[in-house]
Design a protein around this ligand. Structure first.
Ligand SMILES: CC(=O)N[C@H]1[C@@H](OP(=O)(O)OP(=O)(O)OC[C@H]2O[C@@H](n3ccc(=O)[nH]c3=O)[C@H](O)[C@@H]2O)O[C@H](CO)[C@@H](O)[C@@H]1O
Ligand SMILES: C=C(OP(=O)(O)O)C(=O)O
Length: 434
């Protein structure tokens, strides 16, 4: 497996364009199964998870015409759904989380579906209850095969109903919406996830002929239709990549302009980085982060230590907490990071501690960072990337550190970040893929 050799301590300068959004892509590309007509998607990120999902569709017989690395036309007019029972599918789908979202479209269109044991980041328990309970209420029955963690669903026909989700699961909401668009009658989904990527999914489905209202809220109403049609769709820029670049710029004292960020879709993300003391200039739709010697973490109004925690949208996404944590190590001031959703996402701090960061891991969900305002720069070490976001956080740490670092297992980073080494080297970083 590849590694990155990183020479730290360089200041970066220039412009960078964020890739299309990974987590939107996984929803949107699954939705092409809902119609036999062609669907063209633009701004697809060229990353492992998305390429694996596209390969799985190809394996099912979906016609995949990759016009260029960012644009693809899919046509699901001759699909071999039994491919999903084969060992090849089970093995390949285990590499990513997104493959769970084939189930909703399959149930809607073919009345049967499979959920293999999903992959994705090993960041704690990732239950599928919301998906399964939702399908059940829509009229599906399921069998579970414990030997390979495989769920098999069948239905005589989905029927619209009222669903109060047990939690606003992102992929769970997407799956339920994709099943309900072809169900008979009206489905109401309350406590739905409502992040921009789900809004984009609903927008695309409506453009295909679906009737979804309430988009952007946690109360969706879906009037089932008989069939969906082809469409074209453009993916949003990846908000987690944008946040990663803001953090990278601050941490390495770099002057970076992040282009075309769709500021209107970033929610609280810019505010959270500003609370870390990072200056940003918003110019049209770009974010300019000027080189800053020092950034100082704000306190609460009463002087209390700031806490950053994840929360379903419009709260802060858990996917940015690792990056926020690493950026706080070089700030002046203290921060409590509270990762509420996942219980194994903070363990990577032991590597930051080895690099010289002052962090107290209070428990699996909470870490206190004591930022000493660059008094003690981090030092380069050898480490391994445990998950996508921790991997990028370690890369940011290595880029700011004195000396050389080696990051092993960079497949984890490649799952979510497109050619990150080449793109950062173009700004002046020194990252060698070995
Ligand atoms: C492919 C994809 O889109 N992956 C994203 C998606 O994963 P995914 O859709 O798998 O995540 P879910 O939204 O289902 O929730 C993730 C975990 O958080 C817990 N949970 C969820 C909601 C809640 O209000 N409270 C709570 O504790 C769940 O029990 C679950 O264990 O959403 C996660 C949460 O934003 C992100 O980290 C993942 O990057
Ligand atoms: C946790 C993540 O991804 P996945 O759900 O695909 O594992 C992520 O994108 O940070």
């Amino acid at each position: 497996m590849a590694s990155f050799e990183v020479e730290g301590g360089r200041r970066l300068k220039g412009e960078i364009i964020p890739q299309g959004a990974k987590n939107e892509a996984l929803q949107i590309i699954s939705a092409v199964l809902l119609t036999p007509e062609p669907v063209t998607i633009h701004n697809i990120p060229d990353i492992l998870d998305v390429n694996n999902l596209i390969d799985l569709l190809g394996g099912m017989g979906v016609k995949v015409n990759r016009i260029d690395r960012q644009t693809c036309t899919f046509q699901a007019d001759d699909v071999d759904i039994n491919y999903l029972r084969r060992d090849e599918f089970k093995a390949k789908s285990g590499h990513l989380r997104g493959s769970v979202m084939f189930a909703g479209p399959m149930l809607g269109r073919w009345k049967k579906a499979f959920i293999p044991k999903p992959g994705g980041d090993k960041i704690g328990r990732r239950r599928l209850d919301t998906h399964i309970l939702g399908f059940e209420k829509l009229g599906a029955e399921f069998t579970y095969f414990p030997e390979d963690g495989f769920f098999y669903f069948t239905t005589e026909g989905l029927k619209g109903t009222y669903l109060l989700l047990d939690e606003p699961s992102v992929t769970g909401t997407a799956n339920i919406v994709m099943a309900a668009v072809l169900a008979e009658g009206t489905t109401t989904v309350y406590n739905a996830a409502c992040e921009p990527y789900l809004q984009q999914l609903c927008l695309m489905l409506n453009n295909m002929g679906a009737k979804i209202s309430g988009v952007g809220s946690n109360l969706l109403s879906i009037q089932g239709v008989d069939r969906l049609y082809g469409t074209e769709h453009r993916m949003l820029p990846d908000m987690i990549e944008i946040g990663s670049f803001i953090g990278l710029a601050a941490m390495t004292q770099s002057d970076i302009t992040i282009k075309n960020v769709r500021l209107d879709q970033l929610g609280v993300i810019p505010d959270r980085f500003q609370q870390l003391g990072i200056q940003m200039n918003f110019i049209d739709d770009d974010i300019h982060v000027p080189a800053q010697d020092l950034y100082e973490i704000q306190t609460y109004m009463d002087g209390g230590v700031l806490t950053m925690y994840d929360h379903p949208w419009p709260g802060l996404t858990p996917d940015l907490l690792s990056i926020i944590l690493v950026v706080a190590t070089q700030a002046k001031g203290s921060l409590l990071v509270h990762q509420k959703m996942f219980e194994s996402r903070l363990f990577f701090v032991d590597k930051l501690i080895d690099m010289g960061a002052r962090i107290i891991l209070c428990d699996p969900h909470r870490a206190t960072v004591i930022g000493l305002g660059r008094q003690y720069p981090l030092r380069g070490i050898k480490m391994s990337s445990p998950d996508i976001r921790a991997g990028v956080s370690l890369l940011i740490a290595a880029l700011s550190a004195e000396g050389k670092s080696v990051i092993q297992n960079v497949d984890q980073i490649d799952r979510g970040y497109q050619n990150i080494d080449t793109r950062l080297n173009a700004l002046g970083a020194s990252i060698k893929r070995v």
